[in-house]
Ligand binder design. Structure first.
Ligand code: SAM
Length: 216
């Protein structure tokens, strides 16, 4: 079975946004949209792992600018095909583990990528993410709660405790996809000492982690 997450999202690019059409998640998506639009209003934002631009489109409505990046050109092509009324969006191909940009941003948004980071890689990942934001700037992660009626079941757990789902694409291929579901206590523990103004908002299907980079 395929286990390469980058290839999985490349192949899923055209069908990806069907996930946002799930009826039971619409209220959460509305609330989450309002939350991120409020947080990033007037800010210069870096988005990592932007995918097809679902959140890019929404954040761009209130942010001053957004630089949306992803490792896969195939998903960026979908994101680029959208209309951004404020002409404030630019795109770049970038690997979150080897980010080419040395700039720092007033805000950073990362949707549905935390769950795809191996538990043993989280500390390095967070250190790198935090370096991309100015002191006093805001970082927002959003991701899934596990809700049995709405999520793929977990089919594998490795020795480190990483959890995996078996997923099928419309072309019939099967993929074993890393998908971790952290608790709020785990998020708190991972960020302990690195941030201030830490908050986790729990919706039914999603969690939203918001924190501020310390000033020194
Ligand atoms: C679950 S999708 C989330 C897309 C988008 N943020 C959203 O919320 O709709 C995960 C995204 O992470 C991207 N990705 C996976 N590994 C990456 C890496 N090493 N660097 C940058 N992006 C990566 C994939 O290409 C995919 O677009």
């Amino acid at each position: 079975m395929n286990t390469n997450i980058v290839a999985y999202y490349k192949d899923r690019a055209q069908e990806y946004e069907k996930i946002y059409a799930k009826q039971e998640r619409q209220d959460d998506l509305q609330r989450a949209t309002t939350i991120v639009q409020d947080i990033f209003a007037g800010k210069q934002v870096l988005e990592i792992a932007c995918g097809t631009g679902y959140w890019t489109e929404r954040i761009a409505q209130s942010a001053s600018s957004i630089f949306a990046t992803d490792i896969n050109e195939a998903v960026i092509d979908v994101a680029k095909s959208k209309t951004y009324q404020n002409n404030n969006v630019s795109f770049g191909v970038a690997d979150i583990y080897n980010f080419p940009d040395q700039n720092q941003y007033e805000g950073l948004f990362a949707g549905f990528i935390w769950s795809h980071i191996l538990l043993q890689d989280l500390d390095n990942f967070l250190q790198r993410v935090n370096q991309l934001v100015v002191p006093g700037g805001t970082v927002v992660f959003m991701d899934n709660h596990f809700v049995a009626s709405s999520n793929h079941p977990i089919t594998n757990i490795d020795e480190q405790g990483n959890t995996f789902q078996t997923r099928k694409l419309e072309d019939g291929t099967e993929h074993l996809v890393l998908k971790n579901f952290p608790t709020a206590a785990f998020l708190n523990q991972k960020l302990d000492g690195r941030t201030r103004a830490f908050e986790v908002i729990n919706l039914t299907y999603y969690w939203i982690l918001i924190y501020t980079i310390p000033s020194e």
